[in-house]
Ligand binder design. Structure first.
Ligand code: TA6
Length: 293
């Protein structure tokens, strides 16, 4: 199908009626619906889908840089490029394909890209929709260069929530984090779940491989399971920052929370020929809001 920006999108479906939509623009998952057709990812009503920038929402791929800590544009260039469908990618473990509906996308740098980031690479993304409606993203970065290079990576996942004040994030208790709102100063999370009362932007480092995002009102929990992604970014812009974002409705910050599987604090370094894999599986479970366990 064609996206509103005129770029092709691939629709994955499973036999239960769940679906996911992936745009060749940025290799971005732009929609993920459960078997009742409910949208599980946030999509801004003001997403400026014509511009070359990422659509506000879904799961933009931040590569080879996260944020603006580097010489490239914010969150790197991968999310602003047109990817291609790869028919026969190098094989992946069968757990990432058996019984699933999936698509393989590939991004390689153009001569232009090599001028601003002089490292040749292959970035492969497999998006899988399981029989159970779970969404799995597997990214592989291969160094096809003659020299080592380092990069940061994040699945910038905009989860759809009923209201941010009803959301808790569990699994990051006692973890160290860098607070991006105060010059990335390092703190340690106190012992309880994360809740939201104001702008929030933290990078939890060396975090556990399983994080839960509980939405009280919808009795829904997103469980994020990750491999190769040691860090977790948790972000909500809140009201003031939202007003400065042209492609986000003034009050839409209340319907979203970003919880990103990422590799940021310690960038990944690849020698020539080496390959890195970052795998994120998001499972949605009905949750009676069992606060502690
Ligand atoms: O994840 C947090 C963050 O770095 C925020 O600072 C905010 O900039 C957000 O990402 C979205 O970035 P974008 O370039 O998509 O507007």
């Amino acid at each position: 199908v064609k996206g509103s920006n005129g770029v092709d999108q691939i629709v994955l479906r499973n036999s239960q009626g769940a679906s996911a939509k992936v745009s060749l623009h940025g290799g971005q998952v732009v929609s993920w619906r459960n078997d009742r057709g409910e949208e599980l990812l946030f999509a801004s009503s003001k997403a400026n889908s014509k511009a070359s920038k990422a659509i506000r929402g879904g799961i933009p791929i931040c590569f080879p840089q996260f944020g603006n800590c580097g010489s490239l544009e914010q969150h790197g260039f991968a999310r602003n490029k047109i990817w291609i469908v790869e028919e026969n990618p190098p094989s992946l473990p069968s757990k990432d394909s058996r019984g699933k509906s999936f698509i393989d996308l590939l991004l390689k740098p153009t001569e232009e890209d090599l001028k601003c980031w002089p490292h040749s690479f292959e970035l492969r993304l497999r998006v899988c929709l399981g029989m159970d409606g779970n969404l799995t993203l597997i990214s592989r970065v291969r160094n096809t260069n003659a020299k080592p290079f380092s990069f940061s990576f994040a699945y910038h996942s905009y989860l759809s929530v009923s209201d941010i004040s009803e959301v808790r994030v569990e699994g990051l208790e006692t973890m160290d984090y860098l607070d991006n709102l105060c010059q990335k100063e390092r703190f340690t999370e106190q012992g309880d779940a994360i809740t939201f009362e104001a702008e929030f932007e933290r990078v939890y480092i060396s975090s556990p491989n399983c994080v839960a995002v509980l939405d009280h009102e919808r009795k829904r929990t997103y469980v994020l399971k990750k491999e190769g992604l040691p860090d977790v970014v948790v972000w909500n812009p809140w009201e003031k920052k939202s007003k400065s974002m042209a492609d986000l409705g003034a009050h839409e910050y209340r319907q979203m929370v970003c919880v990103d599987g990422a590799a940021i604090e310690k960038p990944v370094t690849l020698k020539p020929g080496e390959e890195w894999t970052g795998r994120l599986e998001i499972i949605v479970v009905p949750s009676s809001f069992c606060s502690k366990n």
